[in-house]
Structures are given as C-alpha cells and as structure tokens.
Design a protein. Structure first.
Length: 132
C-alpha cells in the first residue's frame, strides 16, 4: 500500500462465528466453532480462501501462503502491521455498497472521478441520514 500524508493504512476485519441465543442446536454449533477456530478448521478455511486465519501458526503456514493461483497471500499478512478496523455503524453494508458500486465506473475508466464522487457522496449521505 502506498503511504499518504498520515502514513500507510488499509482496512481489516475478521470473520466471526456466533450462536443465536434461540439456537435449537447450540451444542453442535459450539462444537463447530471450536473446530473452525482450531488449527485444522483454520487451515481448511484458509484453503477455501475464507479469510486470513486468526491463528498465527496457520496464517504463516503453507495452508494459507501456498494456495493455488497467483495471489500473493503474504501481502495480506504484511498489511496487518498498518491495518485499521473497518468502521461499523448502522447501515454500514448499504453505505459500503453505495460507495463501492458507485466507484466501479471510475475504476473501470468509464467515468471521471470528481463528477462520480459528487454523486456517490450524495447517495452515501442519504444512507447515513436514513440510518440515524
């Protein structure tokens, strides 16, 4: 990641597992979570491309680093040093969709940044206002 005036930064979040208080299979769900957070489960999730493993031993193993394809997984591990948690607020998913989808034409070279930003900011502000 390039450095800006305030330094280098990227966003990071993790995958979470939860058990509903109303679950009819809470014991089975807990057993799954124990498996998913253990070495074997983390290695399997890494091989599926699920996320950076939460266990450092798995994140630094071949199960994560030597996946098929051309993606350099080490880049993701290195970025943890300057990563920040992504924001979480009511309406975040809708807001992120408006911003991300709205910028695709710019990334594809089909639209000008400034004009697109005006539209995206207006739409994103509408989402924020609707979720106060």
């Amino acid at each position: 990641m390039p450095k800006g005036p305030a330094g280098q930064a990227t966003s990071v979040n993790s995958a979470g597992f939860v058990i509903s208080k109303d679950s009819k299979n809470a014991d089975a769900a807990f057993e799954f979570i124990k498996f998913a957070l253990g070495e074997t489960g983390q290695a399997k999730l890494a091989q599926l491309g699920f996320a950076i493993p939460v266990l450092k031993s798995v994140a630094e193993s071949d199960a994560y680093l030597k996946q098929p394809g051309d993606l350099n997984q080490q880049v993701f591990l290195d970025s943890v040093a300057f990563a920040r948690m992504k924001p979480v607020f009511k309406g975040y998913e809708e807001w992120a969709g408006v911003v991300g989808d709205g910028l695709i034409p710019v990334f594809d070279g089909e639209a000008e940044l400034n004009a697109t930003l005006d539209e995206v900011i207006s739409a994103a502000d509408d989402v924020l206002a609707a979720n106060k």
